[in-house]
Design a protein around this ligand. Structure first.
Ligand SMILES: NC(=O)c1ccc[n+]([C@@H]2O[C@H](COP(=O)([O-])OP(=O)(O)OC[C@H]3O[C@@H](n4cnc5c(N)ncnc54)[C@H](OP(=O)(O)O)[C@@H]3O)[C@@H](O)[C@H]2O)c1
Length: 305
C-alpha cells in the first residue's frame, strides 16, 4: 500500500512510498483511509522520528477488515478514529475502542477533523467539572482545539473568554465566546478553568488569573517557550489552584465513544468543524507549510481518494 513516510531531505520531510500492509492485532480493524487531518504536534513528530515513520493520527474511512475478536463495526461501515501513528496511509489498523461509526450526514473530511482536536477539547474541559455559569478562559482559541473548546464550553453553559488575535473576534463570538481578548493580559477573571496551550508568558499569565481552587489544564506549548513556575505565583490569591497536565494518549479509555459524541454534535448542527484547507494527500507539503506559517484557523484536511 502507499503511505506517507518520513524521509529527511524530501519536500516537507515526507515521501509517498510503498509500505507493508498493516498487520492488525485481534482487537484491531483495518480501515481504508479516505480523509485525515493535520495536527500541530505532527510538525514536531515529522522532524524527530526516524526515517520510515508513518505519521497521522486522525482518520476517517471505511472498515475493510473486521477485528478478529469480533469487536467493532462490520466491513463497509464508515468510521472515524484516533490512532497514535500510521494514519497517513491507504490502510491502517485501529483498536476498536478508538473508532466509531460516522453518521450518514457527516462527511469524511468533517469527521477527520475531530479525533485529536475534538477529544482533546472535550477531555481538557472535563478537568473543569461542571461548567454551567462558570468563567472559562481559552488560550489559542483560534486554533483547531481552541475552536472546539469554545463551542463545547459554551454548549455546557460556561462563560467563555477567548484569547485570540483581533481578526478572529467575530468568528469566535459567533461560536459562543462571550468575550474575545487579543492577549491574556486583557482577560480579567478570575477563571474557574483555563485551558492553556501557548506556553511561556501565556502560562505565567494564566496562573495570575486562575480562581482559588480553580484549574489550569496545560496541554501544549505552541510558542515552544518554557515557563518558570513557583509556589509564590499562587499565593496569595490562587490558593488551591491546580496545574493539570493533559496528553490525549494518556487520557483514559473510550476515545471512540468520545468521538461518537462529537460526531453527534456535528450531525445535530451544534459543533462546527472548520475545514480551512482541503488538499489531496499528494500535496501534503503545501498543507504542512500552511500549518507551520499559521496561515489558517481551523483544520487542514488531506483526502486520500
Ligand atoms: N496534549 C495533547 O494531547 C494535545 C492534543 C492536541 C493538541 N495539542 C497541542 O495544543 C496546541 C494547540 O493545538 P491545535 O491543533 O489547536 O493547534 P493550531 O490549530 O495550530 O492552533 C494554535 C493556536 O495557538 C495560537 N498561538 C499563539 N502563539 C502561537 C505560537 N507562537 N505558535 C503557534 N501558535 C500560536 C494560534 O494563534 P494564531 O491564530 O495567531 O495562529 C492558534 O490559536 C498545540 O501546541 C498542540 O501541539 C496537544
Amino acid at each position: 500500500m502507499l503511505a506517507l513516510m518520513t524521509s529527511p531531505g524530501s519536500n516537507g520531510g515526507l515521501i509517498l512510498a510503498d509500505f507493508d500492509e498493516p498487520r492488525p492485532l485481534a482487537n484491531e480493524a483495518v480501515v481504508s483511509v479516505h480523509a485525515t487531518s493535520l495536527n500541530r504536534g505532527e510538525l514536531r513528530l515529522i522532524a524527530i522520528r526516524p526515517d520510515g515513520f508513518i505519521p497521522g493520527q486522525d482518520i476517517a474511512g471505511v472498515v475493510e477488515k473486521m477485528a478478529a475478536d469480533g469487536s467493532g463495526p462490520a466491513i463497509g461501515t464508515r468510521v472515524a478514529a484516533l490512532v497514535d501513528q500510521g494514519g497517513w496511509a491507504e490502510r491502517v489498523a485501529v483498536p476498536t475502542d478508538r473508532l466509531t461509526v460516522v453518521p450518514d450526514d457527516v462527511g469524511f473530511a468533517a469527521a477527520a477533523t475531530l479525533p485529536v482536536a475534538g477529544t482533546t477539547a472535550l477531555r481538557t474541559l472535563r478537568h473543569g467539572g461542571e461548567l454551567a455559569g462558570r468563567e472559562v478562559l481559552i488560550t489559542g482559541a483560534s486554533g483547531a482545539v481552541g475552536r472546539f473548546q469554545v463551542q463545547i464550553a459554551r454548549e455546557q453553559g460556561g462563560l467563555v473568554t477567548a484569547v485570540a488575535a483581533a481578526r478572529h473576534r467575530e468568528d469566535l463570538r459567533a461560536l459562543g465566546a462571550g468575550q474575545v481578548v487579543e492577549s491574556i493580559e486583557l482577560a480579567t477573571g478570575p477563571f474557574s478553568l483555563i485551558t492553556e496551550s501557548v506556553g511561556g508568558q501565556s502560562l505565567a499569565q494564566a496562573i495570575e488569573r486562575v480562581a482559588p481552587g480553580g484549574t489550569i489544564v496545560m496541554f501544549g506549548s505552541s510558542s515552544g517557550e518554557l515557563t518558570p513556575v513557583g509556589f509564590r505565583q499562587f499565593v496569595p490569591g490562587h490558593e488551591g489552584a491546580r496545574l493539570q497536565t493533559f496528553a490525549y494518549y494518556a487520557s483514559g479509555p473510550s476515545i471512540g465513544a468520545d468521538i461518537a459524541s462529537l460526531l453527534a454534535l456535528v450531525s445535530a448542527g451544534r459543533l462546527e468543524t472548520r475545514i480551512a484547507l482541503t488538499v489531496p494527500w499528494t500535496e501534503i507539503a503545501q498543507a504542512l507549510e500552511a500549518l507551520r506559517r499559521r496561515s489558517f484557523s481551523g483544520k487542514a484536511v488531506l483526502t486520500m481518494t
